[in-house]
Design a binder for this molecule. Structure first.
Ligand code: PHE
Length: 342
């Protein structure tokens, strides 16, 4: 084949050589410009070319070599630019969405209640969910066989000598605090409690409580009332009012049930408050002297108040949840509604 024809052929080969990445670029260099490459090979043939053509063919070969170098340089800078572009950090690109979970409404309300009482000096105490008779009942002035025990239907874990039960209220924790600490005592006990009830929209076999206890010299019913008013206004808003109705608990005397003004109808009457304008939120009273004495606290020197509320009930009023069962069904459609705004 004429050398001139080879040159044309190699030129075409160069134009069609694929260079999409660094290794193809290197392959191009070796193939055309390497020490055993095509262009070198053609230069070697120059010696066979007749003298009168040598000059022209030499120029064509030089041009071919320059063209190969030009292609190599151009593709190399294109590829370099591309990698630089790929590696560039674009801070304006939108981030990847990471879905966040939601806190359970009961946890949200629980922390809120704890924060409110912490601000006025209450500590948080916790205790076991499986309790003995003493801490759940006897120390709280429930005499044996007294019908008051039926107020809270109990799940017994073991009968007989070592009778144990799932605690029916967190008052049991407060007995433990009274036994172990000396007044002044100012504590709340949040926790899960159990009652043997048929599950419905309005009752469940377990729920959550926050109970409070304050014991010191000269603690009065007025202190109790003011503490509860403060609490109601912190959790439901400053327009909230409370009213106390006489009631009975074995461990407090006098005892009361506390209603808060209905935040839904502002006390005018609606179907949530059953047209009374009031919603029951907790039980309370002055600690019965028998309870103080049972924990070796001198009831002549000290007095105290106690209160207890259901977290579900407070959450129900805050979020208008009308079925207790929703709290423990783990339905994401329900739980998602409590995802904090981002
Ligand atoms: N322990 C009571 C209950 O679980 C609530 C309560 C606590 C009432 C303290 C009065 C005083 O129902």
């Amino acid at each position: 084949m004429e050398i001139a024809d080879r040159i044309v052929e190699v030129k075409r080969e160069m134009d069609n050589f694929p260079i999409e990445n660094a290794s193809q670029l290197e392959a191009f260099r070796i193939h055309f410009l390497g020490s055993k490459g095509t262009v070198k090979g053609l230069f070697a043939l120059l010696k066979n070319v007749p003298v009168e053509q040598k000059r022209e063919v030499g120029q064509q070969l030089n041009a071919l070599r320059m063209e190969a170098q030009a292609i190599l340089d151009a593709r190399k800078s294109e590829l370099d630019e591309k990698t630089a572009e790929n590696n560039k950090l674009d801070v304006s690109r939108p981030g990847e969405y990471t879905p966040v979970g939601a806190r359970h409404p009961l946890s949200v309300v629980r922390s809120e209640i704890i924060e409110i009482f912490k601000r006025i000096g209450f500590s948080v105490s916790e205790g076991p969910e499986i309790e003995d008779d003493w801490h759940n009942f006897s120390a709280l002035n429930f005499p044996p066989e007294h019908p008051a025990r039926d107020m809270q239907d109990t799940f017994f874990v073991e009968k007989g000598e070592r009778e144990m039960a799932l605690r029916t209220h967190t008052s049991s924790v407060q007995v433990r605090v009274m036994e172990n600490e000396t007044p002044p005592i100012r504590t709340i006990s949040p926790g899960r409690v159990y009652r043997n009830e048929a599950i419905s929209a309005r009752a469940h076999c377990f729920f959550h409580q926050v109970e409070g206890l304050y014991i010191d010299k000269d603690v009065s019913f007025a202190d109790l009332k003011q503490t509860l008013l403060y609490f109601a206004q912190e959790i439901f808003g400053e327009q909230a009012q409370i009213r106390l109705r006489p009631s009975y608990f074995p461990f407090t005397e006098p005892s009361a049930e506390v209603d808060v003004s209905c935040s839904i109808c502002s006390g005018k009457g609606c179907n949530v408050c059953k047209y009374t304008g009031w919603l029951e939120i907790l039980g309370c009273g002055m600690v019965d002297p028998n309870v103080l004495e049972a924990s070796n606290i001198d009831s002549k020197t000290y007095s105290g108040f106690a209160f207890g509320m259901g977290i579900e009930r407070i959450a129900q009023l805050k979020y208008r949840v009308n079925d207790l069962r929703l709290y423990s069904e783990n339905d994401v459609r329900f739980l998602k509604q409590f995802t904090p705004e981002m």
